[in-house]
Ligand binder design. Structure first.
Ligand code: DQA
Length: 148
């Protein structure tokens, strides 16, 4: 199984960005942990991070034939990007929404809104890197369940 892992704006600053909320793990460390877990599950991962909505959409389009599943942390785009929601629908792949923090229980009301959740088959939040690992596990389970 090929899994595209997309990280949205400001996640390139993981490790130094608001560490009390997002932790001290850098994006490179996060990607290493995800790649390691994917290897254990027999999955292949491709990583992409961008601070730009259009670049994220272009990457979803570009990888749509290679990928069998998508893990996406749209970061702030979660809360308002109908363009990313439409792109996830357009590529017609199973998608998991992930967040490092527990967006449903943070104080800012806007964080409780996700415009992508309705087009994702899984959602994991508040587990740090574990949210991404849980999404890999979920896709592995789905693949096993699909075997006749
Ligand atoms: C985030 C939560 C979003 O609300 C925020 O804008 C982010 C990161 C998370 O992973 O917890 O940038 O998606």
């Amino acid at each position: 199984m090929n899994v595209l892992v997309v990280n949205g704006p400001n996640l390139n600053l993981l490790g130094e960005r608001e560490p009390a909320i997002y932790g001290r793990t850098t994006l490179a460390e996060l990607e290493r942990a995800v790649a390691e877990h994917a290897r254990e599950l027999g999955q292949t991962v491709h990583f992409f991070q961008s601070n730009h909505e259009g670049a994220i959409i272009d990457e979803l389009h570009a990888q749509r034939r290679w990928a069998n599943a998508v893990i996406i942390n749209p970061a702030a785009f979660t809360h308002y990007s109908y363009a990313i929601r439409d792109a996830l629908l357009a590529i017609n792949l199973p998608c998991a929404e992930v967040h490092l923090s527990d967006v449903d229980n943070r104080p800012e009301p806007f964080r409780k809104i996700s415009v992508v959740r309705g087009v994702c088959v899984h959602c994991f939040m508040g587990l740090g890197v574990g949210s991404y690992l849980a999404a890999l596990d979920a896709f592995a389970r789905d693949a096993r369940a699909a075997i006749p």
